[in-house]
Design a protein around this ligand. Structure first.
Ligand SMILES: [Zn+2]
Length: 469
C-alpha cells in the first residue's frame, strides 16, 4: 500500500456512503479525508471494528435560538449545535428571518455574527422572504453572492404568508439568481376556516389541534406550489411533507421532469395524532407542530416512500420550546401553543433504529437521506455528505450495537440524556439501537462516547454555490 501522509487513521470500520458499504480504513490529514483503503497508517489510529463509519449528518432544516412572538425557542445556538454534534450531525442550516423592511443582507450579517461565535458544527442559512415587493426581490442577487442560494417562503402565517402572485414573483426572482426555493405549503384559508369553526364550537383544547390544520390544507398547497414553481421554472424543496397525497403530488411532478425535492421529518414517520388523546405524557402540547402529526397509517406510507426514493431528505425541523413554561400555555387553547418539536440530536439514530433496524431502508439509503442528498440539494456536496478523498473530514463512528434509552429527565443507568436545551423530548423513554461513539468535525474530534469533548465553537460558516441540479 502506497504511503499516504495522514494525521489520523480510522481503521477496520464499515464505511457507509449513499453508494456503497465497504470495510476499509479512512485517513485524515488536517481537515480533510485524504485516503480510503487497506492498511493505512498514521500517528493517531482508532480501531473501530464493529462500528459504521458515516459522513457527518447534514440537517438542512433547523430553528435554534429562533425568535417567536417576542420570545425565543428554549435553546441557544451553542447548545443546539452541540446537541447536533452529539447525535452525529456536523452541518446544519438555519433560517434568517428579516424584520419587515429590513435589508436582507443586514439581517443575514446580524444572524451570522450571532451564530459564528456559538457554532459547534458547520452551518449555513436559508433566507426567508416575507415580501415580494420589488425593493425586496432586487436584493436577492446580493444574498446569493454572499453564499446563500436558498430562499424560504410560506403560504400561511401572519407576517410570512405570501399570495400566489407574490410567490410567483419571488420564485421568478430566485430563479434568475440561480437559487432554490424552500416552501412551507399549507392552505391558509383552510386553516383559518378550520380554526374558526373550532372556535365557534369551543373546541380549542389541544386534543382538537390536528383538526385545525387538516391534511387537505397541505395537499392542496403542495399541488398549487408545484405548479407555481414549474411556471417560474425554479427548483423547489418542499419542507416537512407529512402524508401520502403530498408525496404523490411530488412524485407525479418528478415524472414530468419538474425539479422538485421532498423532505419529511422523523416526527411524521414515528408519531401519530393519538398523542393528542387525553392523559398522554405532556398532555399533547409537547407534540404540537405545524403541519400536525397525522392519523395512524400515514407513517407506514411515508416509510415506503422513503425506501422508494420518492422522499429525498430528512430534516429535523428542530424547534424547541419548553413544555413547562412555553408549550403548556396551549393546553386549553392550542392557538397559544408555540409550534415545533425538538429533535436535531436523535435524527440519525431514530432513522437508523426504525428504518434500517426494521428493514425498511438500507444502510446506504439511510446515509443518502440524512447526509448525502441534503448536502447535494443545498450545494454542499462533495465537501459535505460523503466520504471521499477531498471531502471535509466530518466523520461519524456509529456503534450499531449501542442500545440507549432516550431521556430528558434525570438519567438512569442505560439512559442517554439528550443535550438539547429543552425540558422534554417527544421520544422520552424510547429504546434506540445505535448511537455515534465518536464524531469528527473537519478532523477535530468533538464528541466521544456520546459526550461533547471540546468547549470551543469550531463551526464555520459555509458559503454555498448556486443550485446546479
Ligand atoms: Zn421549520
Amino acid at each position: 500500500m502506497a504511503a499516504v501522509e495522514a494525521d489520523i487513521v480510522i481503521r477496520n470500520g464499515l464505511l457507509i456512503t449513499s453508494e456503497s458499504t465497504v470495510e476499509a480504513d479512512l485517513a485524515i490529514r488536517g481537515e480533510q479525508i485524504v485516503a480510503i483503503g487497506k492498511d493505512l497508517r498514521a500517528p493517531q489510529e482508532w480501531d473501530v471494528r464493529g462500528c459504521y463509519v458515516l459522513p457527518g449528518g447534514v440537517d438542512v432544516h433547523v430553528h435554534p435560538q429562533m425568535p417567536y412572538n417576542g420570545e425565543y425557542t428554549s435553546d441557544d445556538w451553542f447548545s443546539a449545535s452541540r446537541a447536533a454534534a452529539c447525535g452525529g450531525t456536523t452541518t446544519i442550516i438555519d433560517f434568517v428571518e428579516p424584520a419587515p423592511d429590513q435589508p436582507l443582507i443586514q439581517a443575514l450579517e446580524e444572524r451570522l455574527s450571532l451564530v459564528e461565535k456559538q457554532a459547534y458544527v458547520d452551518f449555513s442559512f436559508h433566507m426567508t422572504l416575507i415580501s415580494a415587493v420589488p425593493e425586496c426581490l432586487e436584493q436577492i442577487p446580493q444574498v446569493v453572492a454572499r453564499g446563500i442560494p436558498s430562499f424560504k417562503l410560506y403560504t400561511t402565517y401572519v407576517g410570512f404568508g405570501l399570495s400566489d402572485e407574490e410567490l410567483l414573483k419571488a420564485f421568478a426572482a430566485v430563479r434568475e439568481s440561480g437559487g432554490l426555493v424552500l416552501v412551507h405549503a399549507e392552505n391558509d384559508a383552510i386553516i383559518r376556516w378550520s380554526q374558526n369553526r373550532l372556535v365557534e364550537r369551543k373546541q380549542l383544547s389541544v386534543q382538537h389541534y390536528p383538526l385545525s390544520r387538516p391534511m387537505e390544507a397541505e395537499a392542496e398547497a403542495v399541488q398549487r406550489v408545484l405548479h407555481l414553481a414549474h411556471i417560474a421554472q425554479v427548483p423547489l424543496y418542499l419542507v416537512h411533507l407529512t402524508h401520502e397525497a403530498s408525496v404523490r403530488a411530488v412524485e407525479r411532478a418528478r415524472q414530468l421532469g419538474w425539479q422538485v425535492f421532498a423532505e419529511t421529518c422523523p416526527q411524521y414517520l414515528l408519531l401519530d395524532d393519538s398523542v393528542f388523546s387525553a392523559n398522554h405524557y405532556g398532555g399533547g402540547v409537547g407534540f404540537v407542530c405545524a403541519p400536525p402529526l397525522r392519523p395512524k397509517g400515514e407513517q407506514a406510507k411515508l416509510w415506503n416512500d422513503l425506501a422508494r426514493g420518492v422522499i429525498h431528505s430528512i430534516g429535523s425541523d428542530h424547534c424547541a420550546f419548553n413544555l413547562k413554561t412555553q408549550k403548556s400555555r396551549g393546553e386549553e387553547d392550542f392557538r397559544r401553543c408555540p409550534p415545533g418539536l425538538p429533535g436535531l440530536e436523535p435524527r440519525l439514530s431514530l432513522i437508523h433504529t426504525f428504518g434500517v433496524g426494521r428493514n425498511k431502508i438500507s444502510l446506504s439509503r439511510w446515509v443518502e437521506i440524512c447526509c448525502t442528498q441534503p448536502a447535494r440539494i443545498m450545494g454542499l456536496y462533495p465537501r459535505k455528505g460523503t466520504l471521499e478523498p477531498g471531502s471535509d473530514a466530518d466523520v461519524v463512528i456509529f456503534d450499531p450495537n449501542w442500545m440507549v434509552r432516550l431521556t430528558q429527565r434525570e438519567a438512569q443507568p442505560g439512559d442517554y440524556r439528550l443535550h438539547e436545551a429543552v425540558d422534554y423530548t417527544p421520544y422520552e423513554g424510547w429504546e434506540i439501537q445505535g448511537w455515534p461513539k465518536m464524531v469528527f468535525l473537519r478532523g477535530h474530534l468533538v464528541v466521544m462516547e456520546g459526550q461533547p469533548i471540546v468547549s470551543e465553537a469550531w463551526g464555520k460558516f459555509l458559503p454555498r454555490s448556486p443550485f446546479v441540479g
